[in-house]
Design a protein around this ligand. Sequence first.
Ligand code: 7PJ
Length: 279
Amino acid sequence: MRSTLQFGRFNYPWRGEGVRPRVMGILNVTPDSFSDGGNYQSLEFAISHAEQMILDGVDIIDVGGESSRPGAPPLPLEQELQRVMPVLYALRDQGPAISVDTYKPQLMREAVIAGVDMINDINGFRAPGAIEAVLDSDCGLCIMHMQSQPQTMQLAPSYTDVVAEVIAFLRERIDAMIAAGIDPRRICIDPGFGFGKTVEHNYALLKATGRLIAELDMPLLAGLSRKSMIGAVVDKPVERRMAGSVGGALAAVAQGAVIVRVHDVAETVDALKVWQAAH
Ligand code: 7PJ
């Protein structure tokens, strides 16, 4: 039975004995995080943020140049390359696995050349050329579900059966990737919390974590850090959702998620250590 996720220089067991949930730290390289939006400053800021995540025990650093906040406009390729590539090269040999959060095939190709370990595509490798861009590499591939596009996805999310529809989507993408020649051991799945989903849809999917893993027979990555599904339960603004997000990460891991994508690395690492000790 296939039970390791193989990605670049790393492999993680994701079911059975010896499974340890892993923490993916979010590294946004977007000018809104910096004083003047200058490229050099953003590089410096990103590197120091990454250094802190490494001290905090991060397993994977997920580098993203384009904001996929609901309503955010798309970023031109050239700008995304300028923001992201120097960070990938700077972090490649610092210890943790490196992931890049992009749906653009051209950026995927450059990232593969830079030696990233994982490509994390919120668009599920649906862009023309996306599968081809990652075919001749060994990096891991995170297939995320999204209904509609970031600009419009939160206007009117609608499903008859959200869990069944997300499973059907992910199954179609897994099949397309395997048919194209991708090794299934490179694939992990993600229900895409907040991407074209109401709070109810998000919790239906969170509760179905075990079912997604079992039906699709794939390791699962969960990203719910600071999202509105946390805010809706704790009734707090985004900057006060850390503890709620840690609770959400534990809920996902308790149902079999092997990677949690988070902003608050130190706190999540500690929570998972205690969870693991009691397991
Ligand atoms: C996710 C992501 C997620 C994966 C973002 C945010 C929005 N990639 N990229 N899963 N979310 N795989 O962090 O709030 O949930 S950007």
